[in-house]
Design a protein around this ligand. Sequence first.
Ligand code: SF4
Ligand code: SF4
Length: 173
Amino acid sequence: MKLDVINSKVEESVWYSDGLAFTCSQCGNCCTGPPGYVWISQEEIHRLADFLKLSAEEVIKRFCRRFGDRLSLKERMTPQGQYDCIFLKESDETSAPAASKRKFCSVYPVRPLQCRTWPFWPENLNNRQSWNHAAKRCHGMNSGKRVFGVKEIHAIRDASDWPENPPTSATRK
Ligand code: SF4
Ligand code: SF4
C-alpha cells in the first residue's frame, strides 16, 4: 500500500502526468541519422537468427559490430552521409520517385528491445524540451490518438524483458 502512494506521487509529479501521444508512422527516421548504437543481447541475436533462418554466428558476422563484450547492429552510410541501420530497407516501389520511397525495418517483429522501447527512453523523458527535440525527427511523437499514461510509459522505459507485441508497435492499435 505504501508503495502505491509513493508511485501515485511520482505519477503526479512528472511533467508528462497527462500522458504522451505517440503513434509510429513507420517513417524510419529513428533508424538513420548520425552514427549510433543499437545494442543487441544474445537472446535477441537468437531471435533474429530464427527469424532470418541463419545461425547466431552468421547473424553476428553479417549484421553486428563488437564493442568490448557488447554487440551493436551494423550501419550503412547512405550517399547523403546518413548512417542507416543495416536492417533499414527501402520499399520495393521501384516506380516511385526517390523522394517518396519509404524505408522500413526489415526485422520489425524481432527488433531489439532498444527499438521496441523508443521513444520512451530516459533521455527523452527528462523534460518537455528533450521530448520535443526528439519529436522533430520522430513524427510519431506528439501525434495520433494513442496517449500513453505514466504507468505505461514507465513500464516501457524500464523494460528489461522483450515484449512480444509492445504497445509502441506501429502494428498495434
Ligand atoms: S532493428 Fe529495425 S527498428 Fe531497430 S534500428 Fe534497425 S531498422 Fe530500426
Ligand atoms: S518511431 Fe518515430 S521515427 Fe521511428 S519509425 Fe516510428 S514515427 Fe518514425
